[in-house]
Design a protein around this ligand. Sequence first.
Ligand code: ATP
Ligand code: MG
Length: 462
Amino acid sequence: MENNRVLIADDELSVRRLLYEVARKAGYQPYLAENGLEALEKARELRPQVIILDLKMPVMDGMEAFSCIRSEQPDVAIILLTAHGSAETTVAAMKQGAFDFLTKPTNVAEVRSVLEQAFQTRHLSKTATANGLTDSTAGTTLIGKSAAIRAVYKAVGKVAPTSATVLLTGESGSGKEVFAKTIHENSPRANAPFIKVNCGALPEGLMESEFFGYEKGAFTGAVSRKPGRFELAQSGTLLLDEVGELTPFLQVKLLRVLQEKEFERVGGTQTIKADVRIIAATNRDLEDMVRRGAFREDLFYRLNVVPIYLPPLRERKEDIALFIDYFVRRFAAEANHEAPVIAPEAMEYLCNHSWPGNVRELANTLERSVIMSQGVIGLPDLLRADSEATPQYMTLALNGSLRDILHRAEKEVISRMLRAHEGNRLKTAQTLGISRRALFYKIDEYDLVASKFLEEENFEQG
Ligand SMILES: Nc1ncnc2c1ncn2[C@@H]1O[C@H](COP(=O)(O)OP(=O)(O)OP(=O)(O)O)[C@@H](O)[C@H]1O
Ligand SMILES: [Mg+2]
């Protein structure tokens, strides 16, 4: 028998026919099954290299057939097919070692490409079956069905059962922390702590003790021993948030823990083993920082083992409506309100806005609108909610001289205010109480011109 057998299991005749034709035309040898039990039996008998398995089938459902086949034949590449592709099922299935996931209605090109990948990649997944069928994802509700976010679910599901270091990148508010938690919750470390540390939150010296803890008497004010974040995260997961803010000194310190998997408390001599899974997150372009010499290359490679990129909301507009539905219900429930209706113009605005602050900004806008609303959210309510949404707080790295810090603060304030006004410099200057000339000067000084939001500006010049 040739090595090109694909078993197709679906209870719908039309789907079976379509997949059969796609597989045959692509040069594979297709076989068919109509339910989960038949799929299991044929898988045993035919030993296909690839199986396409529908999740909702009679007699034995796809998920059950999937786990049986996975445990009997760990090398077969299984592609799951579902009309109900929720984030939870995707993450759970990828975690248990599915090769890929297709959501109905699917198309010929998509099926072809997944089939090709499945045959090419001599399936690598070995770990997952050993864990067997555990619970599906704990805690966090993940929203989104766009192709871009489904790619994230897949990556997360694949990496979660391992201890590999993950680097989460993406703009502010795009969900880096949410996915860091999802990885932890779906990992064998789920019952151990998930600890987060903001790498730019404190001056260098304090940051070091924040990471590694200190011994009594290590410095003035160290009246008792204190454990650091690495120690608190023992056996669990440590999220190094805003990792691009690390100073060169701390980069060296961190590199050492990652390499040696051990550290000492500040002022201490005892070496402590660090059994910690590292997830790093940043909205900065670390590769560019490496090129500019602002981030150590060796540290970058230690962190960038499995990179996962969270696309900005404007690149997955299909998800906006799902987020709206979810947030409106949630905020209404929290405020003991009836969930308001969203007027069509308001909906149109929400779905087409560029959301520079991503999911967080959308959530904030909706929260304000829901609280203010009386039954209906109209466009004026949204615009009011938005104009009141002057940035309330920001995180600021406290390393460097006062002058440096103030510079960063000024840059941040101006860039945020420009975004809040969608690049309109006149309004930005007015809100900040400076002249337009002064604003132009600062935009130039801080090199803000290249930013995305300014390319999109559409207002009068001068
Ligand atoms: N896919 C998602 N499903 C549900 N909620 C989400 C999703 N993505 C983001 N959120 C929500 O959006 C908000 C921002 O997400 P998060 O804090 O993870 O962003 P971030 O990328 O870490 O941002 P920053 O760079 O500013 O720290 C949170 O309230 C989070 O719950
Ligand atoms: Mg974050």
